[in-house]
Write a protein that binds this ligand. Sequence first.
Ligand SMILES: [Zn+2]
Length: 372
Amino acid sequence: MTLFWPDPAALEADLLTLAALESPSGDAAAIGQVMAVLEGWARELGGETQTLSGGTRRFAFGVDGQASPLLILAHADTVWPQGTLAQMPLRKDAERLYGPGVYDMKAGLVGGFHALRALGGEWPAGGVVLLVTPDEEVGSPSSRGHIEAEAHAARAALVPEPPVGEGSAEHAHALKTGRKGVIDAAVTLTGRAAHAGNEPERGSSAVAAAAELIGRIEAVARPELGTTVLVTQIAGGTASNVVPAECRLTLDVRVSQAGEDERVLRELAALTPADSRVQADWHLSVNRPPFPRNAETLALFAQAQAAAQELGFTLTETSVGGGSDGNFTAPLCPTLDGLGAPGDGAHAAHEHIRLDLWTERVALLTALLRRL
Ligand SMILES: [Zn+2]
């Protein structure tokens, strides 16, 4: 089979088209403009477009219902508010293209379409579903159900999110075969206010209770299992002469292994301050379940490695702390993540992709679609 290398100028032109359309999560009209460009590209490839509830688009290519399709999962939203381009314009140097949303993940969307185009209408058995969601950056509230339904039906999920950043030695040639799950956690402590000078004994300090509680909260971590629990924000008190009646702690909680999310939820919910006059109200929910590195995903990774070998490079695998929509598909079908453009600076002012390394990634996605 002849190997496909994409045209770098065409990739770049399409990325500039998408990146010029700002698309912050929650701005349905702006995201709709990006979706409209994608719909045009899908139409050129003979794809069928469906708009699902919440604004997710489902593009189907050669889906015949005879076999399970492959799923490509991407998002059209970015973390950047409307108007960012004025301060942080698109620009490039010899190797890099900078701008809001280029790395996370408009280059991934462009690469996905170029890989589909390279198939020349010869779709894999069962076809390909490309699902593009509008709310990944805010935890996918409207799209999670659609993602899970497609993952149930799919043979495998390929996620062209950014690979690990340039700070890592592996950035050019690594895929993500595991991601931590994320739990949203905060606790509000309620004590009793009193004059701190005249009658402090009549109060009960929520700030003192919080200080006592922090060590026990962080002890819920199990680093050996990949579970981290950190108190990352604290807010409490109203004035220097008032026994503080309220204090709020916000946590960053991540888990690697299935079952750890339930343990952490249970143990945090049971934590109460030593001062029984202070009440604890926990706010706990699973944002994304862990994306476990399991046998099915490793078999899929082996296919990607073989495809890379044919293209002349060696692929490695990494597990990362950050979650993506791959966390929703991984429990339901084998999933490979990090198939997007190399670069760095997701959600940061130096966000960019590496133009010189991008074509290789698109070639890999194409070769993988042909193999599966
Ligand atoms: Zn992303």
